[in-house]
Design a binder for this molecule. Sequence first.
Ligand code: ATP
Ligand code: MG
Length: 261
Amino acid sequence: MCKIIAVANQKGGVGKTTTAVNLGIGLAGEGKKVLLIDGDPQGSLTISLGYREPDRLEVTLATLLSEVMEEKPLSVSEAIIHHDEGVDLIPANIELSALEINLVNAMSREVMLRSFVEAIKSEYDYIVIDCMPSLGMLTINALACADSVLIPVQAAYLPVKGLEQLLKTIGRVQRRLNKKLRIEGILLTMVDSRTNYARDISQLVVDSYSDQIRVFETLIPLSVRAAEISAEGSSIYQYDPKGKAATAYRTLTEEVIGHGC
Ligand code: ATP
Ligand code: MG
């Protein structure tokens, strides 16, 4: 059975894309069949996987969503890129931005992504969707088709405070669009273990949320290596396999597999 995980947080720069890449490739490394979907018009996931000029790609997520909207046959196989680290990718580019605007007037606008994900999910063990930093229609679409949402949170005070709005949106999607949606967990990222402050923030998250939401035991460390991979076009496992970020993402992958479907 396929599990669909949306990586979401409307706060920008908290490690969503880095987590989507390294969780996705981590799962593939464990023998799982994985599809990564870039849900951000900035195309950061697409770029991070080495496709440096996403705006040149002809068939992307925007193409598929407009086909769903216009009830045309889907060009899924043309959209899927097979990456050499063992994952499939549906890329995104700036066209997704125009598509999001068109979605607003479409019928069943919240479930466009679900329509085609339903059609392909039998081919995968995991589908990981990298959301954009907003709670707009594209993120709602991702939440409406996901089984769970993984929430990366930068280990700093303000990002932790900003979680309430996201949790409210997740609750609304659960009630109105997708009863099966669960929270996979809160993942603390960019944790600077040299400071007490990082430890205090981790404790704040555990104290505030752990009675209702799983907080991953894995902490993603602040790591220059992790910051470099987006320019490198490869995962942390290839770029710095023995480093602390690779070890952390491996442990996260195990935790996610351990949660089951
Ligand atoms: P956006 O909201 O713009 O989509 P995001 O939440 O997807 O951002 P990333 O793009 O993954 O966040 O990361 C933001 C920046 O922080 C990037 O420059 C990335 O390389 C860097 N970064 C990610 N993870 C780490 C880490 N563990 N340590 C240090 N830097 C990191
Ligand atoms: Mg991103």
